[in-house]
Design a protein around this ligand. Structure first.
Ligand SMILES: [Zn+2]
Length: 131
C-alpha cells in the first residue's frame, strides 16, 4: 500500500513538510507531492523520506504563512497540477525519476523548464539536527 499526500496550496506549506518527517520517524511514511503556481511559474517537488530536503532547507527565511493575494498566471495553475499528478503516477507505478532534492519549475512567460536544486541543510529546524 502506498500513501501519497498531494498538496496544492501554499497555506501551511511548512507544516506539511514537518508532518511528513514526523510520520517517517514513526515508521509510517506518506509520500508528499507539492505543486503550486506562483506568478507565471508552475512548481512541484516530491518528498519520499527524511533524507529529502524540506521547504525550510530551500527557503530558510520563508514565513510560515503568507498574508494577502499572490498574483498567478491562470495557465500556471493547470501546469502545476499536471506536474503534481505526473509525480503521483510515477510514485504509484514505480516509474521514472521523481522530483526529489530539487524544485521542478516551468516558467510560462519564458517557455522554460528547469530544476532548482535544494541542498539538504543538516541543521534544518524541520528535517535536520535542529529539529
Ligand atoms: Zn529541511
Amino acid at each position: 500500500m502506498v500513501d501519497v499526500k498531494l498538496r496544492g496550496i501554499a497555506e501551511g506549506r511548512l507544516g506539511t513538510g514537518s508532518m511528513c518527517y514526523d510520520l517517517a520517524n514513526g515508521n509510517t511514511v506518506a509520500d508528499v507531492v507539492k505543486h503550486v503556481a506562483l506568478q507565471d511559474e508552475g512548481l512541484t517537488r516530491t518528498l519520499i523520506n527524511k533524507e529529502d530536503p524540506c521547504l525550510n532547507c530551500a527557503f530558510p527565511d520563508l514565513p510560515a504563512s503568507r498574508k494577502g493575494p499572490v498574483p498567478v498566471w491562470g495557465p500556471a495553475t493547470g501546469i502545476a497540477g499536471v506536474m503534481g499528478a505526473n509525480e503521483v503516477l510515477k510514485i504509484l507505478l514505480g516509474k521514472g525519476e521523481l522530483a526529489r532534492g530539487y524544485l521542478m519549475s516551468c516558467s510560462n512567460f519564458q517557455n522554460d523548464y528547469y530544476r532548482l536544486p535544494i541542498p539538504k541543510d543538516p541543521h534544518c529546524p524541520s528535517c535536520g539536527a535542529g529539529k
